[in-house]
Design a protein around this ligand. Structure first.
Ligand code: CMX
Ligand code: CO
Length: 135
């Protein structure tokens, strides 16, 4: 079974979500397809659809959130890469068996009714990785 079926989205940390949404709307020539406040992740997200994938703009809900800390340390920029998988729990088990450092030991709810989990950036070339299971 392949690890992932697609790139689900690229997450981009932004300082001002409304301003970034306007900028992306103009540049991509498209309306966002989704906006959601995800308290458990400390973010508000805006999604633009690109083919079968998304660009996810991320505004921080506070300075002590993951994105808030990232913005303070590094400024705006690419925050994570999300792979679409059929089964997040199975993918986590496979990564754990391979000795990969996980952020989330078990899957949790994401936006749009998805199930997600994060893998530590130290495991995959300095890139924070998210696993996304639809539905
Ligand atoms: N990408 C790559 N490296 C990152 C990173 C990121 N997004 N965020 C932090 N790091 C690095 C830091 O640069 C730092 O590296 P050094 O030790 O070399 O300096 C190290 O990780 C620790 O950084 P930190 O600021 O102390 O941050 P924490 O360890 O507290 O948290 C992380 C880092 C990845 C565990 C945390 O951000 C996390 O749990 N992320 C998962 C949840 C998340 O990001 N939610 C928001 C998105 C929600 C969504 O997409 O739906
Ligand atoms: Co994401």
């Amino acid at each position: 079974m392949p690890f992932a079926t697609a790139i689900d989205h690229v997450g981009i940390a932004v300082a001002d979500l409304d301003a970034a949404t306007d900028r992306y709307r103009g540049i991509l020539g498209a309306e966002p397809v989704h906006r959601e406040r995800v308290e458990s992740q400390g973010v508000e997200e805006v999604l633009f659809r690109i083919g079968d994938s998304y660009v996810q703009l991320l505004g921080a809900l506070g300075p002590e959130t993951a994105v808030g800390k990232f913005l303070a340390k590094r400024g705006e920029g690419m925050h994570h890469l999300a792979y679409r998988v059929d089964d997040v729990a199975a993918a986590l088990d496979a990564l754990r068996a391979a000795g990969v450092r996980l952020v989330d030991e078990t899957p949790r709810p994401g936006s749009r009714g998805t199930t997600i989990a994060f893998v530590h950036p130290s495991a995959l070339g300095g890139v924070l990785v998210e696993l996304v299971q639809e539905g």
